[in-house]
Write a protein that binds this ligand. Structure first.
Ligand SMILES: [Zn+2]
Length: 656
């Protein structure tokens, strides 16, 4: 069975895509073999990397620097993240790198996973941090962010120079002796990947040539290290978490054109994980989730740069399997960082450590590739679900990020402390929150795809058109698009109709209702010659719906549109220690008791109803203990419930 045609089982799904009155997704673009490098889009203006792509994307994202967020929850969260990133002093970030290179540093060391004796030190300071600066610069144009990144790149290059063999890290290369010899060591290549990726982002988004040079020297060191190892030995090395080494080495090839990097990258082909996926066998049970998602992004990049269909099949099958069988209603995946169960068995997985935020970050990254290849609206259904529920609400108002997003009832959100955490999820978080503008809009040759209902503006200079999206979604279930174009332009505006829009919707152009709409999980294509000031108003009525556990239908999440609702159970006893646990990401303390729900009606939704006069607020109905529900992304500082145990006292004979 072709994985790309396989339908997912859960609510990400709606297979039909009947569009009235206009053309649906074009079969392909007419661009031929040369395509924009989607992973490093900003640099595509330099031209060279485009030539190396072997597989054109069906639809392409707009470069991040052509999209600007407008006021709304995403811009608010991005701005907070921006300030947090700028607040970290360069000398403190550089301290362990300088010490490791034998350069003087009197800075106060950072704590947490950047502590001088932590084996993961440097992952955020010299890696995620550069990516965050680069993405934030692209997304906002803030020169202070570019200056911060440029300064880090220059200082890290001095450390690399002092080490003299291309190696760059905040820990000694003796860690790699331990890795080679099978002795305990945390994850040295994981950290090297972050540092390489940070430098590639500084080149791609900020044009920093020194960053590309540093990354190439690092890759040279990596190639030399791998050279002495047999294939079987390398496969043993790959059982230790190594992040996106495969992806970064292929990205380096795309950017530099040097043919040695794919060969080095191929040493990071972890066959034990890839082979079953190529045979469409889900053997993910027992694996560490976030170790393996980046490998799939690597397969995706190798497919794009070589045309190797097996890699596409691996990435696509993995994506299908995880999104359909291993994701919660939030779109997140993993429990205790692992996939512990057979496919579709998730009822046992709800706890304090469900789900790791890095997994959401990496699944969204992979989804970007899947959508680019297929323009499949289901990919954007998944993207929207995960973005709103698993990513947006995982930062506090000071910019601190969550590690786990607990889905066990009665737990609460916790965050990194300012100086004593620096977790993996802090790192992926500062990247994610810098690039919320990404993927809202894609395009092909003929038109634009409005994927997400987020207030923003996209500029498409090649077509001489800007599109401004004004919306207070989800407070209001509509959005307005306004065209700016000095000259009339013929264009398809493809508006995503999400899987949850089961009540239909309406679309108006310049105030006039059109007699068309589209099915859930499809794109409504409006093809016409657009003039300056033309307006499109889309209304997408949201409604309550349930998402049940695949292996226990009595465990139910209430959703409203794309939003997972959480029951509020108060902040009593949540001390600062429980909210900011510090080095280890799992706070002490147990859950509050959350009462079961009893449904007295034939209507499965009878136990929840809108709260009067309060948008996006709901309440349980006809229960002994009442509870209020709000969107999970808005909830912080109190205990909550996402999955409810719902018992029915209906006569059994009426059950379907
Ligand atoms: Zn993490």
């Amino acid at each position: 069975m072709n994985a790309s045609r396989r339908l997912t089982r859960r609510q990400f799904v709606s297979s039909g895509a009947v569009v009235v009155g206009a053309s649906f997704l074009p079969a392909s673009t007419s661009k031929g073999a040369v395509d924009q490098d989607p992973a490093v889009d900003a640099i595509a203006t330099k031209g060279e990397s485009k030539k190396r792509e072997r597989v054109p994307w069906k639809v392409e994202p707009f470069p991040l620097n052509q999209v600007r967020l407008l006021d709304g929850p995403f811009k608010h969260s991005m701005d907070i993240n921006h300030q947090w990133v700028l607040s970290l002093p360069t000398d403190r970030l550089l301290h362990t790198f300088r010490i490791n290179a034998g350069l003087p540093s009197s800075a106060q060391p950072l704590g947490g996973w950047e502590k001088p004796d932590c084996e993961l030190r440097g992952h955020l300071a010299g890696g995620h941090y550069l990516s965050a600066c680069a993405l934030a610069y692209a997304a906002t144009g803030d020169e202070a962010m570019k200056a911060k990144g440029d300064e880090m790149v220059a200082e890290l290059a001095q450390c690399q120079e002092k080490l003299s063999n291309g190696y760059l890290s905040a820990f000694p290369d003796e860690f790699f002796d331990r890795l080679r010899d099978g002795k305990p060591v945390w994850a040295p290549f994981y950290t090297i990947h972050k540092i390489m990726a940070g430098h590639l982002d500084m080149y791609a988004y900020c044009g920093n040539e020194q960053a590309l040079d540093t990354a190439q020297k690092m890759a040279g060191w990596v190639g030399h290290w791998c050279e002495g190892l047999s294939d079987a030995h390398m496969q043993r090395v790959l059982t230790v978490e190594h992040g996106g080494m495969l992806e970064s080495l292929y990205n380096l090839y795309a950017l530099s054109g040097r043919g040695m990097y794919p060969f080095i990258g191929n040493r990071f082909t972890h066959r034990e994980v890839f082979d079953p996926l190529a045979d469409h066998r889900d053997e993910l049970k027992g694996l560490h989730a976030n170790t393996n998602i980046p490998k799939m992004i690597g397969a995706a990049r190798r497919y794009e740069l070589t045309g190797n269909e097996r890699d596409r099949d691996i990435a696509q099958y993995f994506w299908d399997e995880v999104t359909s069988e291993r994701c919660y209603s939030t779109g997140g995946t993993s429990n205790g960082e692992h996939w512990n169960t057979d496919p579709g068995k998730l009822a046992s997985e709800l706890g304090k450590e469900t789900e790791e935020c890095c997994c959401g970050y990496n699944m969204l990254k992979l989804t970007r590739h899947i959508f680019g290849w297929t323009a499949d609206p289901r990919a954007m259904d998944y993207y929207e679900r995960t973005l709103w529920n698993s990513r947006l609400g995982t930062q506090d108002e000071q910019g601190h990020k969550s590690y786990f997003l607990p889905l066990g009832s009665g737990f609460w959100k916790s965050y990194n402390s300012q100086w004593d955490s620096f977790w993996c999820c802090t790192g992926t978080g500062i990247e994610e929150f810098a690039k919320f503008a990404d993927n809202i809009y894609f395009h092909d040759d003929d038109g634009i795809f409005v994927n997400l209902f987020i207030a923003s503006e996209v500029n498409w200079p090649e077509k001489g058109v800007r599109l401004r999206q004004e919306t207070s979604f989800p407070e209001q279930d509509r959005t307005t698009l306004t065209v700016s174009a000095p000259k009339p332009v013929e264009l398809a505006v493809n508006i995503r109709v999400p899987y949850w829009a089961t009540k239909g919707g309406t679309v108006k152009t310049n105030g006039e209702a059109l007699p068309v709409f589209s099915n859930p999980s499809s794109y409504l294509a409006l093809k016409r010659t657009w003039k300056d000031g033309d307006r499109v108003e889309v209304s997408l009525p949201m409604s309550l719906h349930l998402d049940s556990m695949p292996d226990d239908r009595s465990l139910q999440t209430v959703m409203y549109g794309p939003l997972v609702l959480a029951g509020k159970f108060g902040g009593e006893g949540l001390t600062p220690e429980l909210t900011y646990p510090g080095y280890g990401p799992v706070p002490k303390g147990g859950p509050a008791t959350v009462p079961d729900i009893t449904n007295h009606s034939m209507d499965p939704l009878a136990w929840v109803e809108p709260a009067p006069n309060s948008p996006l607020t709901f309440q349980t109905a006809r229960q002994l203990a009442a509870a209020t529900l709000i969107p999970l992304y808005k909830l912080s500082g109190e205990r909550y419930a996402v999955y409810w145990k719902v018992k029915s006292d209906r006569p059994r004979r009426f059950e379907s």
